[in-house]
Design a protein around this ligand. Structure first.
Ligand SMILES: Nc1ncnc2c1ncn2[C@@H]1O[C@H](COP(=O)(O)OP(=O)(O)O)[C@@H](O)[C@H]1O
Ligand SMILES: [Mg+2]
Length: 220
């Protein structure tokens, strides 16, 4: 499956989720290609840190830009079980090229800094792409969730009312371990000391994505 982790807001957790998916899916025995399509190249940094920490990432990582994202991913897709594209935080040619070849886009939203304007803009982008790629499923995931239930409920309601996204049940809370683990090139499932809640959240997210996509494949 080809997943783009996208959206048009910086700092929502795209890279964190992209690299975590790459780690966990590869540890499930799947062959994974991580494509860094963001000029900020944070996913590539992560892979470098991971190589320093572990000697090997466990997946393949490359950097691509603009139409090369579409062209190269099309050529490479037969070689991998999963391709995960970190598309960066703006409506760029690279993100559009990623969405054109993807089976699913996962857009993280942080409930605290949630704004309707961002949602509408990303919905417009996805709807435009779905004309050319009707295969594209759109999932929203809440990330950096805090104790404020009101913000969380409001964000979920806005996303549902928008009608473009299916909201994932899995949510990641704001936890320092997500940032600390990434800085060592690790997913939270690997970080020591273990943080069982963070591990549970990430595992649930990956499992939910895998189940949704295998259902989709069964229907196709
Ligand atoms: N659930 C989380 N809890 C705590 N920090 C997080 C969480 N998700 C992301 N972060 C941190 O927030 C910052 C932005 O996340 P990042 O994944 O780089 O966002 P993006 O790629 O969307 O710009 C990073 O410092 C990252 O470590
Ligand atoms: Mg990023």
């Amino acid at each position: 499956m080809i997943y783009t982790i996208g959206g048009i807001k910086g700092g929502s957790g795209k890279t964190t989720i992209a690299v975590s998916l790459a780690v966990v899916l590869s540890q499930m025995g799947r062959s994974v290609l991580l494509v860094d399509a963001d000029i900020q190249a944070t996913a590539t940094e992560f892979s470098r840190w991971r190589t320093e920490s572990l000697g090997d990432t466990g997946f393949t990582s490359i950097q691509l830009a603009e139409m090369q994202v579409r062209n190269e991913v099309r050529k490479l897709k037969a070689n991998y079980d999963d391709i995960i594209i970190d598309a960066g935080g703006r409506d760029t040619a690279s993100q559009r090229a990623a969405l054109i070849v993807s089976d699913a886009v996962i857009v993280p939203f942080a409930p605290r800094s949630f704004d309707i304007w961002t949602l509408e803009q990303v919905e417009r982008l996805i709807k435009e792409i779905q004309i050319a790629n009707p295969n594209l499923e759109a999932y929203a995931v809440l990330n950096k969730v805090d104790q404020n239930q009101r913000d969380r409920k409001d964000a979920l309601q806005y996303i549902k009312e928008g009608g473009t996204f299916e909201c994932l049940k899995a949510q990641l809370h704001e936890r320092k371990v997500f940032a600390n683990a990434a800085a060592s090139g690790l997913a939270v499932t690997e970080a020591k000391p273990k943080n069982p809640k963070a591990i549970e959240e990430l595992t649930a997210l990956v499992e939910e994505v895998v189940v949704l996509e295998s259902k989709k494949r069964a229907v196709a």
